[in-house]
Design a protein. Structure first.
Length: 341
């Protein structure tokens, strides 16, 4: 299906819109691409609540300076503006966009440099604003979020999943857009405390990391493992089986980082305190039998996943034992998805 067909020849008018879009944490990881922004395996994530990006986009027409201007927390950021400009130019089936001036004002609720991926929230917030504009100009009334997910994916794969709340899958129903998946009521309020062990810029970006899967000796085995873990997670989410989800979560995190360590051009994004925290989480679980699990994105920081029912004891452990290993801890939980402001 050509999602952009209704928007190919529109006459632009000025428009302004503001969206809040959250970050997400992948339970089953997208790591490796086929073609342009298509995933090598299905992925599944939980949308967060407190970590989000709020973005106001103004579309101006008839100005002498079509192009993109971007302010992050009030400060001009030409690098990010350039990324949005490249992205808009890649949407070649909508050539009229070249005559539009795009003014972006954006801010994250989570501090910059904490290693929390801002690309999923940031680029989905922008794509939601763009979708709003396309729907306004064309009068199209259906599939708003599906179109936003499609446009988000083209900017950053994981951003495709941030346009829905709860648990979201991408690459099973379709490679082109993400879709929400069902969850047992007991898992609808899972907690995620992010243990920020380093705020340094990553040595290898996610996009470059995906590229290192293309000639990886274990690529096919990894994609098969992710497909199995995807089915396991889907079944466990609907059954409310947190033990099974925890097993997949940790296996996915360690496999992702094992892919980095075993890539032809090897690298690691873990830091000594990442491993120290993992050992402490395993010991805590053995001793207390409490359901605390970890996962990692493409970075050194741990996402600590646990149910609302064990929140008190687990947060005490995090505050006393784990937080000395970290720069900061950000408490978050499963959220309901983007909102228009
Ligand atoms: C490890 O979505 O950042 O977080 O499509 O190149 O922008 P691009 O990659 P990106 O990759 C995310 C990788 C991950 C796993 C995940 O979120 O599924």
């Amino acid at each position: 299906m050509n999602f952009l067909a209704p928007f190919e020849s529109l006459s632009p008018v000025p428009f302004e819109t503001t969206w809040r879009s959250p970050a997400n944490i992948a339970f089953v990881k997208y790591w490796g691409k086929k073609g342009h922004q298509l995933p090598a395996n299905p992925s599944l994530s939980m949308t967060l609540k407190n970590c989000f990006t709020e973005t106001r986009v103004r579309f101006e027409v008839g100005t002498a300076r079509p192009g993109v201007e971007l302010l992050l927390n009030g400060v001009r950021q030409d690098k990010f503006a350039g990324k949005i400009e490249t992205y808009l130019r890649s949407l070649a089936s909508m050539p009229w966009l070249e005559n539009v001036q795009v003014l972006v004002e954006t801010r994250n609720t989570f501090p910059h440099g904490t290693g929390i991926a801002s690309s999923a929230s940031g680029l989905s917030a922008f794509a939601l604003g763009l979708t709003d504009y396309l729907f306004h100009l064309s009068g199209v009334k259906v599939d708003f979020f599906r179109t936003a997910s499609y446009l988000s994916r083209l900017a950053s794969g994981s951003a495709s999943r941030s346009v829905y709340g709860g648990f979201v899958s991408w690459g099973e129903e379709s490679d082109l857009y993400a879709s929400p998946v069902g969850v047992h009521p007991e898992l609808a309020h899972l907690r995620d405390s992010v243990l920020v062990v380093s705020g340094e810029e990553k040595a290898v970006s996610s996009t470059a990391g995906h590229g290192r899967m293309s000639d990886h000796a274990y690529a096919e085995a990894r994609f098969a493992q992710a497909r199995t873990n995807y089915q396991r997670t889907l079944a466990a989410l609907s059954a409310g089986d947190l033990t099974e989800i925890g097993a997949v979560l940790e296996s996915e995190a360690l496999s992702l980082h094992a892919m980095m360590l075993t890539a032809p051009s090897a690298f690691t994004l873990m830091r000594p305190n990442t491993l120290a925290a993992i050992e402490m989480i395993w010991a805590f679980r053995r001793e207390t039998q409490l359901p605390l699990y970890f996962t990692l994105d493409a970075g050194p920081n741990l996402h600590l996943i646990y149910p609302e029912s064990s929140q008190h004891k687990i947060r005490t452990f995090i505050a006393h034992e784990l937080s000395p290993l970290a720069l900061t801890v950000i408490d978050d939980e499963c959220g309901e998805g983007p909102v228009k402001c």
